[in-house]
Ligand binder design. Structure first.
Ligand SMILES: [Ca+2]
Length: 331
């Protein structure tokens, strides 16, 4: 029994020792594990910090990239808008060119076209009707005359038989009327455009019922714009054998029965029966009433007269008014 007790105590003592050794070992491992855990956590944190830093750097560079791309997009948008404008301009140009081509095709079928001509001069020794174009205005037909006083005159008014009425309103005088191969008035707007595009000379050819002729030449005619009522701004020097009967009309505005610009207390267009650069009322009336041979001298003073040649009561048989660019002004 005593032996058994001793054995048990021994065994118990051994167990305690072993237990104590286990505890020590356990503590050692716990310590190691704790240390490892601690190390592991620190390493993880450092790694995380590093990852966060890396992440932040990536985000920053992404932000820079996005901002750069936004700038690029803005530049591209601007570029696109600029190119759209260019394309739109090209469309407009294309339309203009197409329009010009179509018109050229139309004009190709019209005879006697010369867009270089701004008067009858380029047509040389011609007595035909030609198309001319002054400055950037529309082209229009004019009769040319090379018989009365050398070549290249543009006829702007003609009276020969009384077939066309000349007692007309402002708008008709502005635009012109009549028949280019007979009696007509070219129109104040065209006269203005022609005489202001380059210096012009003026030739007035008169014929009486005895078929005798005279002429008046003025070396610098200018017809003002509509805003100045197409005033006869200048005539220049006179020469000829008909007398200077238009001098009185120089610096006068144009008057028609519906627009009184003259110096008379009455309307000279109403008393003289035609549109003209009336003064009060003046010594010439080349757009007056046409009169037949049997009443060529009726003292009416509303017929076609040129005071200094046949007097104001004599109604002339025919008139032709012509203009031509001054030769010394042509380069
Ligand atoms: Ca008046």
């Amino acid at each position: 029994m005593q032996d058994l007790k001793t054995k048990i105590n021994d065994e118990l003592s051994k167990c305690r020792d072993q237990n104590s050794a286990f505890e020590e070992l356990n503590n050692y491992y716990i310590g190691q594990i704790t240390k490892l855990r601690e190390n592991l956590n620190v390493a993880n944190l450092e790694e995380k910090d590093r990852q966060i830093e890396e992440g932040l750097a990536t985000i920053y560079s992404l932000k820079t990239l996005v901002s750069d791309q936004a700038k690029q997009i803005e530049l591209l948008k601007y570029d696109v808008s600029e190119k759209s404008q260019i394309i739109e301009n090209m469309h407009t140009k294309t339309k203009e060119i197409a329009y010009k081509i179509n018109n050229l095709e139309e004009f190709e079928t019209t005879p006697q076209v010369d867009f270089e001509a701004s008067s009858c001069l380029p047509f040389g020794n011609s007595n035909d009707i030609h198309l001319i174009k002054v400055a950037d205005g529309d082209a229009f037909f004019v009769p040319c005359d090379s018989r009365l006083s050398g070549t290249g005159w543009t006829v702007v008014q003609r009276r020969i038989d009384g077939s066309v009425k000349f007692n007309r309103n402002w708008l008709q005088y502005q635009e012109g009327f009549g028949n280019l191969s007979g009696e007509f008035f070219i129109g104040l707007e065209k006269l203005h455009r022609m005489t202001t595009a380059q210096p012009h000379e003026l030739y007035v050819h008169l014929t009486d019922f005895n078929n005798e002729s005279s002429h008046a030449y003025y070396d610098n005619i200018i017809v003002g714009p509509e805003s100045e009522q197409y005033a006869l701004s200048a005539l220049g020097e006179y020469s000829g054998n008909a007398g200077d009967s238009m001098r009185d009309n120089e610096h006068q505005k144009f008057t028609t029965f519906d627009r009184d610009n003259d110096m008379s207390e009455f309307n000279c267009a109403e008393t003289c029966l035609g549109g003209w650069w009336y003064n009060n009322c003046g010594l010439s009336n080349l757009n007056g009433q046409y009169t037949e041979r049997d009443v060529y001298y009726d003292n009416s003073e509303y017929g076609i007269f040129w005071d200094e040649w046949q007097g104001p009561g004599y109604n002339l048989k025919s008139v032709q008014i012509m203009i031509r660019p001054k030769l010394e002004s042509i380069k």
